[in-house]
Design a protein around this ligand. Structure first.
Ligand code: SPV
Ligand code: MN
Length: 626
């Protein structure tokens, strides 16, 4: 429309105007013109994704004080406000048009009211700032998986993070021409005080599924502002549901089996349950640690990492437990830390880094000293427990060579895991896809830690660890997962894993390193190399296979006693879990597929029959191999 063109011409430099017009997409131009009129930026920068443009954004982040350079070349630190340290679930809502319904579990607001509210917060928000217009691509470029995206933001920190986390999409926009099929994100930090968003009470993240558009305002924390991360995941789940593919909160990694064979695994774990460290197991290769798309191609299920970087929790990253990430965090290269503690030498420190922390420095609360308390009298930790690092996967020594393959990688296995002290064994294969989706993925729970919610050991239901990002009714999401493998002859095997099993005295039954063995056993199963033992809920390893894996990979002697303690089937705990989860589906998910209840009944019957025969605790040695 000529009006927009006039506006763009008037408000952009000749260079930025040419860059924008080189992409011949009227819907995108309209979006930009509207954003300019609404937020009234002092200037506008259009980023092509080429290195000089990215360098400009990096420098702007430092010039504006949103990032400070650290002592190692390429490293910077960003702080979010004291009350802006995590995803704001309460203020993240779907804009609901009249007559539509997302089911009872999803948070929404009437569309007209919500748009009016969020636009009022965005109005004139960029008057003293530069608007950054960036183009990215979710998934590899030039692929059936690709989703082009435009991000408008006034935060160079957000734009900088996205240049690390996502593939550039400027060329992809050239290819799609006038197609309206792309995602749009507009973000403003709102008013700032000491470089952090001031009006946290006016923090909003509103999602328009009809328009594939997300508004975010008065916040800086990555999970609320980096549009392509969890905001795009919500749009993608909705899109995938209509087009019969899957968008999942999953890592993808290559497990290296005998003879140089690589078998790809995807896995879903709720936050802080070992997801990133499973994607980074020693000796294996990483495709991605957070979000994956799945499509059927040539009779296979194939997957890509939506991202090309990691926005990971830095807490507990140390040279012993996460050597590859630790190496990247302590050597020159591009890294953005957020909400860590910085000492007077500009060196970052974090909880669990494996050395003593300084007693003073700068952190998310400003000038910090040991013992400092907040307005509520709570002691402020040196680094926030959700402090993060942001880095490029290709900079890691274990980057898988197929990271950018437009065809994705074939998925051999899927794992679901949560924090579970007393029910699931460390690893178990589901009997088939349907049971895997229902008994493993759709039954996922995780125990809260004292650190996160104040109350320890509360089991929270987290459907495929994707519950926070649901944008369709839950029952439909379960059904989509069930249907996905229907016409696939050999679908991926599905496993549950549990790294957090404890004995009756509350002591962990496994070491951190043991997870390699569970994944490598699953790798052998996918390739038909080992037998397994049948339990009422699936198939578990034979002792001798684990003994061999522990010796080969961890140089450890795995005892029969450890095996029995870890793989004893705990019948009444499993029955109690089924009851808890079934209650949620019966009470909260009105569109639950009947097959979920039927499968629960079937598994319950098997558990009871085993209980009658063997008692409440069944040693794996009492059961027979398949
Ligand atoms: C998670 O919390 O699952 C994350 C970080 O991956 S966030 O970007 O906040 O979603
Ligand atoms: Mn995540």
């Amino acid at each position: 429309m000529h009006n927009e063109n006039e506006l763009l011409k008037g408000r952009l430099t000749a260079e930025s105007y040419d860059r924008l017009i080189a992409l011949d997409n009227a819907k995108m131009h309209e979006f930009v013109a509207d954003a300019i009129e609404l937020t009234q930026p002092a200037s506008v920068f259009v980023c092509t994704g080429l290195e000089p443009d990215i360098a400009y954004i990096r420098e702007l982040a430092i010039k504006n004080g949103e990032e400070v350079p650290l002592n190692i070349p390429g490293h910077t630190c960003h702080f979010d406000g004291y009350h802006d340290q995590a995803r704001d679930k309460a203020k993240t809502k779907y804009l609901l048009p009249p007559g539509s319904d997302l089911g009872e579990s999803l948070s929404s607001i009437d569309k007209e009211t919500g748009v009016e509210e969020v636009r009022s917060f965005l109005k004139d928000s960029m008057v003293d700032r530069e608007m950054l217009i960036c183009f990215f691509c979710l998934g590899p470029i030039d692929s059936d998986f690709s989703i082009p995206c435009i991000q408008i933001t006034d935060s160079p920190y957000v734009a900088h993070s996205e240049t690390i986390l996502y593939r550039s999409g400027y060329e992809q926009f050239k290819k799609i021409g006038s197609s309206p099929d792309f995602f749009r994100f507009i973000h403003s930090e709102g008013e700032l005080e000491n470089s952090v968003s001031k009006n946290i009470d006016k923090r909003r993240v509103y999602i328009d599924l009809e328009e594939n558009l997300v508004y975010s305002v008065n916040t800086q924390y990555g999970g609320n502002t980096i549009g392509l991360k969890k905001l795009a995941l919500r749009l993608a789940i909705n899109k995938a549901s209509k087009q019969a593919w899957l968008a999942e909160h999953m890592f993808v990694m290559g497990a290296h089996g005998p003879g140089g064979r690589v078998t790809y695994f995807a896995g879903a774990f709720p936050s802080a349950c070992g997801k990133t460290s499973t994607s980074m197991l020693p000796g294996q290769t990483i495709i991605g640690d957070d979000i994956a798309y799945f499509r059927k191609k040539g009779g296979q299920i194939r997957s890509v990492n939506v991202e090309k970087g990691i926005f990971g929790i830095v807490r507990d990253v140390n040279s012993e437990d996460d050597p590859v990430i630790h190496e990247a965090l302590t050597h020159p290269g591009e890294v953005i830390f957020s909400n860590v503690l910085i000492d007077s030498d500009n060196k970052p420190h974090w909880l669990g880094m494996g050395s003593d922390l300084p007693t003073e420095g700068i952190n998310h609360s400003g000038k910090w000293h040991k013992g400092k308390t907040d307005a509520d009298g709570n002691e402020i930790t040196p680094s926030h427990r959700n402090a993060r690092y942001c880095l490029n996967i290709p900079d890691l020594s274990n980057c898988d060579p197929l990271l950018d393959d437009p065809e994705g990688v074939p998925v051999g296995g899927i794992v679901y895991g949560g924090r579970d002290s007393d029910t699931w064994v460390p690893v178990e294969q589901a009997f088939n896809w349907t049971e895997g989706i229902i008994i493993k993925g759709a039954s996922l729970e995780s125990e809260t830690t004292a650190a996160t919610l104040g109350k320890e050991g509360v089991r929270t239901f987290n459907l495929m660890s994707n519950l926070d990002f649901m944008s369709i009714p839950l029952g439909r999401y379960v059904q989509n997962n069930l249907d996905f493998a229907k016409d696939i002859e050999n679908p991926p095997l599905i496993f549950s894993v549990n790294y957090f099993l404890k004995d009756k005295d509350g002591k962990y039954l496994n070491g951190m390193a043991d997870k390699s063995v569970w994944i490598l056993w699953a790798e052998l199963r996918v390739n038909g190399d080992v037998e397994a033992i049948e339990t009422p809920t699936g198939l578990i390893p034979k002792y001798e296979d684990l003994e061999k894996l522990f010796k080969e990979h961890l140089d450890a002697q795995y005892t029969q006693q450890a095996y029995v303690e870890q793989f004893t089937i705990r019948i009444s705990k499993n029955l109690a879990k089924l009851d808890r989860v079934e209650k949620i589906y019966r009470e909260k998910v009105s569109d639950t597929p009947q097959i979920l209840f039927d499968t629960f009944a079937e598994v319950r019957k098997r558990l009871r029959a085993a209980q009658d025969k063997y008692g409440d605790y069944i040693s794996p040695f009492d059961l027979t191999a398949e």
